[in-house]
Design a protein around this ligand. Sequence first.
Ligand SMILES: [Zn+2]
Length: 362
Amino acid sequence: MKANLSLGSVFGIKIKVHWTFIFLIIWIIFSELKHGGNKDSILFNIALVLAVFVCVILHELGHALTAKHFEIETKKITLLPIGGMASLERIPESPKQELLVTLAGPLVNILIALLLYFIIPVKELMHLNFTETFESLSSFTLQNFLFYLYIVNIALVVFNLIPAFPMDGGRILRALLAIKMNRVKATQIASNIGQFIAVLFLLIGLLYNPILIFIALVIFLGAYGENKIVQHMAILKGHTAKEALMTNFTTFQPNDTVKDAIKIIISGTENNFVVIEKDAIKGLLYYQDIIENAKNENVLIKDIMNSSFKTIKSTDDLKTVYQLIHNQKNSFFPVLENGNLIGVIDSANLNEFILFQPKFVY
Ligand SMILES: [Zn+2]
């Protein structure tokens, strides 16, 4: 089952919906039926949720397009039942850039809310007394639809600005701290605050709202993960690929078979391989492809290898390699020096390299 449904792309950025999104729709239908809703109320609420998620996509595009301005590409925007996520190829290290990229998201919702404020018009609704407002808001009209959308956009701004790193508010906090202190320390503080707020969300979620429990988990793990990444990047700064590469590695010829590869896998710890012919790299043979073809041992390696791949130069900064490894599905790369293959690098040996650096804190 594919995890994401593709909705197409905007400005070259793929927009995807996670399959669990369907649970949100099912949940709306159930909760409407439970509260005596009818076809109209169900359709109204589903349409509202879809409109909210269009606003969420626009919010994420705000981040992505500002990042693009700083030459940072965004691979995709994913919609989850708990919100959206823009997968930037890297987080800007300059606090000013991070601040602008982060602020652009909530700013989009502020603009949408402002636009709706004048279209609806909200002012007229405010003049009514409580009972009148309540009555006027309970019908399924376009004006009410837009009014709810207006409220949700304001709520999105407020919620996103809670300083729970790695949510927007937390990123703003980290960026502001990083102006005054080094980025590792700033991230540590922001992620501690983020994890503290996540625990509060978890407690509130357990009492009142199950969706908040998921958000709490995402924040808690996100804060932990990003803090680790920043620490690792600081450790790797100034080191080159040549220092971390593996020089004991097996290569194959295009006409070798899957059987040959399996033999090497079983007799050692190598999983991925470089395929060479006459000193030139022809492709990479990944573990996953070997497993998938294991039943047919006579398949030639040239038929299952990947011929489009990235290579690393021995002089490349390990920080760049780290980012590459974290952004690619297959984290195995050949390392070249003056065009010659001198080694390979993968996530396991890069992690080992980090572990043995004096700056590493257990
Ligand atoms: Zn955002």
